[in-house]
Design a protein around this ligand. Sequence first.
Ligand code: 13P
Length: 294
Amino acid sequence: MGHLISSTIMLQAAREQRFAITAFNVHTLEMLQAVVDAAVEMSAPLILQTTVGTVNHLGPEYIVAAAQTAAKMANIPIALHLDHCTDYALIVKCIRAGYTSVMIDASMHTYEDNVRRTLEVVKVAQAAGVNIEAELGKVGGVEDDLVVEDEDARLAVPEECQRFVEETGVSTLAPAIGTAHGIYKGEPHIAFGRLEEIQRLVSIPLVLHGGSGIPEEQVKRCVKLGMSKMNVATELKIAFSNAIRTVFDTNPDENDPRKYMVPAKAAVKALTKEKIAMAGCGGKAELMLAATSS
Ligand code: 13P
């Protein structure tokens, strides 16, 4: 492919063809490589994403350089997305560094304030040709420092989604439909009827947050109802950490990072493949390359 691309056209094509592109939160170079390897082997378009915590941990320049290298080497379309950012200045910094997609999360504010804050980002992102994602309603659970207690989680209102898209011009929307960040205590209670109504009123790609732990059949139903991007974070972190833990359980004195990173990468890669298959984007890279080059 050669370079990182904005995810807008990829996601529009996914929406038309009723599959979802998987977006994986990565925190280390090894996680990024494992996710890219899996996507390449499955010929899947890919969205790499990082949280604000990871941007602060590694620095946007290092992240962009690693993602650009992946895009140069892999024959699949790759976008780099900033997940759940509440800080306008950091969004601008990431766009300048080379991120090709950003999420402004102002879902904790009033509807009017959410529109106002989103519009500020739309202006800079559109000028830079960068994809913009916003959230309506409030997705529950824990994502880095963003903690939304169960009682504060709120489902998106379909008419508000329609109005929000018209008023802001965002390219992708994450409506809260009952999924949550983190591991579910029981089965998620997804409001499928509400999702159906939202996708009837809104003609841009929708984003499914809280992709960890959603049963396959529910993921497929969400995709059929218009979810065109599926975010996965927690399960990858667990797979990565558990693999490292296993190495230290058998050899507490291990001091060669490669000895524990190799199984950690393998675990992330295997899980990434499962999620790609679930979202239905395996084998779609070529279609995306055609859509993004025309
Ligand atoms: P999980 O941590 O539940 O996979 O959620 C990921 C997500 O939605 C990131 O924005």
